[in-house]
Ligand binder design. Structure first.
Ligand code: ADP
Ligand code: ZN
Length: 540
């Protein structure tokens, strides 16, 4: 073992300063690093930009032996390794883009213990040659300090980016039974978390979930009317620094990039329809500040390492909140203020609804009803976000199961609050209607509850005998739009729960009962000027 001993540090902070030049850890980083140094298996969930890389890079440098890092994207690997080498850190990568000679010389460097971090694409790692020859060789000659699986949600079919080759990574456990394994991801849902632990066969892992709040991001929603394009151009011209503009279709990306160039804005397109060289080239030029704006579909972004993106504009609405969070989260990764703008119109909703309804099974041609229903439900939550009068941050974080007390003072609704009104009486009517259902052990969604309140003669209501409820028709004095505004606000303020795994249903919680008992008042931000689309209310 020819490895030079790691320098001694009096504290982790000193090591951080020495290798990376930072003065302090971001939330969660220190805990993860300590656990890694204790050789614990770990699952680390941090939002994009939270600083996941450091969580495994620093321990790699502080422990004897080599760390293997599995990473799904070749471009991402190259970036990370370049960055590390710029910092004087011994890192390298192996993937299909290398020549035989390059591969050999890197292999030698590894075997001679000159490398601390080895990035490998899953295909390469899982190849017979690597698993059966290279891996044991590294283990015996230089030692493997640990294995890191970046973007670990790729092992899960429940995640948004399942990759079958990631599934096979489960075999690493049996090949290296004593080596600690760490998985990292920005995907927060419980189901994906459990799946990662199971698939990677993590042993009593410590699970760190850091807050998804990104306090430096300003969130706003703008109506996308006739003058939206002029407004977009003005916004880009007025906002210094680099930015990303997301559109739904490749065609719109190409058109908008060309139009912006005509306005004198240095902009390039990015989408999966461009050939690989053009994509790589455009991405590089953006990262190196050669162009200021990239106009892109959602194909752009995963693993893009550009900390100083100052604005992310969704010129078309995102399909769901998780996607919106990830995409807008590419702004301000350097923790400096950045702006996230969503342009919102009813026409875009129609477009996405159309796309969702086109989802069919590729082999049978049958509509994928379950998937369509889920997508519609997610879209509805996105619409709720766009139309909300409550704090945008609170709504986003509630989606990830994180409580935030409202009033972030860094979103449009907090900065320019809509006038509020006391709607306690209306809330009591609404909640008592839900309470009547609950008495009969029944659960319904917002739309149905409103129909009962407004005394609808719909067949389903009559069949359920709900025209006999004492709350039937007590809400005729308010429009359906008013009731929807109230219901959404109750959900956003967590004054009632909405279960959304499967069909959306309302469930009373402790706070609902306080309102019903007259122990709590309800303030609703009212914005009568904003038209409320009702298109999506025809959903099941
Ligand atoms: P993630 O992989 O979680 O999306 P990264 O690891 O790419 O995030 O980190 C995001 C940015 O934050 C990078 O520019 C990184 O250099 C920076 N960063 C990470 N940790 C720290 C820290 N402790 N202090 C300052 N900057 C940090
Ligand atoms: Zn806010």
């Amino acid at each position: 073992n020819s490895e030079a001993p790691a320098p001694e540090f009096v504290s982790l902070e000193q090591a951080l300063k020495h290798y990376f030049g930072y003065d302090s850890f971001r939330p969660g980083q220190r805990e993860v690093i300590e656990q890694a140094l204790n050789n614990r298996d770990q699952l680390v969930i941090m939002p994009t930009g939270g600083g996941k890389s450091l969580c495994f890079q620093l321990p790699a440098l502080l422990r004897p032996g080599l760390m293997i890092v599995v990473s799904p994207l070749i471009a991402l690997m190259q970036d990370q390794v370049d960055l590390l080498r710029d910092n004087g850190i011994a890192a390298t990568f192996l993937n299909s883009s290398l020549t035989v000679e390059e591969r050999r010389s890197r292999g030698r460097a590894v075997m001679e213990g000159r490398i601390k971090l080895l990035y490998v694409a899953p295909e390469r790692l899982l190849s017979e040659d690597f698993i059966n020859a290279v891996l044991p060789h590294i283990r015996d000659r230089v030692g493997i300090s640990s294995i890191t699986i970046d973007e670990a949600h790729c092992v899960s079919e429940w995640g948004h980016d399942f990759r079958p080759e990631y599934r096979q990574l489960s075999c690493l456990r049996s090949h290296c039974p004593t080596v600690p394994i760490m998985g990292l991801t920005a995907t927060a849902t419980e189901r994906v978390r459990d799946d990662i632990i199971k698939q990677l066969q993590l042993r009593e892992p410590t699970v760190l979930v850091s807050s998804f709040n990104r306090p430096n991001l300003y969130y706003e929603v703008r109506p996308k009317g006739k003058t939206a394009y002029q407004e977009l151009v003005k916004q880009i011209k007025d906002t210094p620094g680099a930015g990303i503009v997301y559109c739904l279709s490749r065609k719109k990306v190409d058109e908008l990039a060309a139009k912006l160039r005509h306005e004198g804005i240095a902009a390039l397109p990015y989408h999966a329809g461009l050939n690989a060289e053009t994509r790589t080239e455009n991405q590089r030029r953006f990262i190196r500040d050669d162009v200021r704006v990239i106009v892109a579909t959602v194909a752009f972004g995963m693993g893009i390492n550009k900390p100083d993106v100052r604005f992310v504009i969704h010129y078309d609405i995102a399909k769901n909140i998780e996607g919106y969070y990830q995409e807008s989260g590419r702004a301000g990764r350097d923790s400096e203020p950045a702006q996230c703008t969503l342009y919102y119109s009813l026409a875009d909703i129609k477009t996405i609804e159309y796309i969702i309804n086109q989802k069919v099974d590729p082999t049978t041609g049958e509509p994928l009803e379950e998937e369509q229903r889920k997508s519609m439900q997610q879209l509805r939550r996105m619409i709720n976000y766009a139309e909300a009068t409550d704090c945008r941050r609170t709504i986003q974080l509630s989606y990830f199961g994180e409580e935030f007390p409202g009033q972030c003072n860094n979103c449009d609704n907090c900065k320019y609050p809509k006038p509020t009104e006391d709607w306690t009486v209306e809330a009591q009517k609404f909640l008592s209607c839900v309470a009547r259902f609950a008495q009969k052990n029944q659960q319904f969604g917002i739309g149905y509850t409103i129909d009962v309140l407004r005394g609808s003669r719909a067949e389903r209501i009559l069949k359920n005998g709900h025209d006999q409820l004492s709350t039937y028709g007590i809400g005729r004095d308010r429009t359906p739009d008013d009731w929807r505004l109230l219901a959404r606000s109750l959900v956003h303020q967590r004054l009632i729960d909405e279960a959304t795994d499967g069909y959306s249903v309302l469930l009373l919680n402790e706070l609902s009962w306080e309102i019903l008992r007259g122990q709590r008042t309800v303030q609703i931000a009212v914005d009568k000027l904003k038209p409320t689309p009702i298109a999506t209310e025809t959903l099941p």
